[in-house]
Write a protein of this length. Structure first.
Length: 367
């Protein structure tokens, strides 16, 4: 049966989110570091961010046409495939790494897309925020633990943990009770969703530019893990705080998110770990606003699958720009050139405020 439905077990959704995130963040933390250990250039590592983002857009587009009965098979495929990916990473070498990485990018995207569509089917309010908080804790904790494991043990131990987490997650895949509902057409205003672009730029820049740059500058795996963990912890704090903010308009959140990610350009000028840690706090908070409140706005303004497609497309394009664009700028024009990327949020804020002031109207409030 096609149409929207209701998730029958929200606990399974929460457990699934935690277990998949533990496995995935273990892998995503290691990917750019391993690429750096193979002495890939900044631009090539940045291109890996493009490879990671494309499947999100494609699969989200496919699911706009698929029956909802394919949600669960997609999730199972992602979990089972991720177990295989984690095991293959134990036996990787410089020649097989890229093939494993490309496959991993495709496989893991299915979980995110199916989960995002499913959370929109859960009855109650604040589902987007709850979902974000569900994987927010691993986002903060896993990089720190992963950095310590890699520093003092090995990448292989990390991949064993990742495989075990994915395997356990197979037992917590949510079940669904489908019910047809009226299909809603899109009422999303793209000028607000554009703030997701900058959150994507920020995310892509962190994992595919900042992480390898720190590695090339001789920063230890454990310190890199702590720095990335600060980003995750700040995001988690943001998700929690946002649950108590109910009456602000989507324009407020769009402006707030964009302003918070703007200072990232300072990394191109100074790589000191203390300064980078402070930047991670701002980036984490800014990203959490976009991935929580803007996602809630999109989910409430369009049909489930179309809303996810909007979200993944805009965020994915941002991740491509942040990773590949950031890598090219850093490699060929120097660190200070990345201000080109992070001046964009400020230009957007000014344009948004001017446009809304000129045209008036009432701004929507996310659920």
């Amino acid at each position: 049966m096609s149409g929207d439905g209701k998730m029958s077990d929200s606990f399974r959704l929460l457990a699934s989110s935690i277990l998949f995130s533990v496995g995935l963040f273990s892998l995503t933390f290691s990917f750019p570091l391993i690429a750096a250990s193979y002495h890939y250039s900044y631009s090539f590592i940045g291109f890996l961010g493009v490879v990671l983002a494309i499947p999100f857009i494609v699969i989200a587009g496919i699911y706009t046409r698929l029956d909802f009965k394919y949600l669960r098979p997609g999730t199972i495929f992602s979990y089972a495939g991720s177990v295989v990916i984690a095991v293959l990473m134990i036996f990787r070498n410089e020649h097989t790494f890229i093939y494993i990485y490309v496959t991993a990018s495709l496989v893991q995207a299915f979980w995110w897309i199916t989960s995002e569509i499913s959370l929109s089917l859960v009855q109650g309010e604040g589902n987007a925020e709850k979902y974000s908080a569900g994987w927010g804790v691993p986002n903060a904790v896993v990089p720190i633990i992963a950095g310590i494991i890699v520093q003092y043990l090995s990448f292989d131990i990390l991949f064993v943990i990742s495989a075990a987490s994915f395997a356990l997650g197979l037992f917590f895949i949510p079940k669904y009770e489908f019910r047809p509902v009226k299909v809603r057409f899109s009422n999303v205003k793209l000028r607000y969703v554009a703030s997701l672009l900058f959150a994507g730029i920020s995310m892509g820049f962190i994992f595919f530019v900042i992480v390898p740059v720190l590695k090339y500058y001789g920063i230890s795996y454990s310190i890199i893990g702590i720095i990335v963990g600060i980003f995750g912890a700040s995001s988690a704090v943001g998700y929690i705080l946002l649950n108590f903010m109910k009456d602000k308009t989507v324009k407020f959140y769009a402006v707030l998110s964009s302003v918070l990610v703007f200072p990232t350009f300072i990394f191109g000028i100074n790589h000191h770990v203390i300064l980078v840690s402070v930047l991670m706090v701002s980036m984490g908070l800014g990203t959490s606003v976009a991935m929580s409140k803007i996602l809630a706005y999109v989910s409430g303004s369009a049909s489930v699958r179309l809303g996810v497609f909007y979200y993944e497309t805009v965020f994915g394009l941002g991740a491509m720009i942040g990773s590949f664009g950031g890598g090219i700028l850093f490699q060929y024009f120097g660190g200070s050139s990345i201000i080109i990327l992070f001046i964009l949020p400020i230009i957007y804020v000014v344009a948004l405020l001017v446009f809304d002031r000129k045209n008036g109207g009432r701004d929507p409030v996310p659920n």
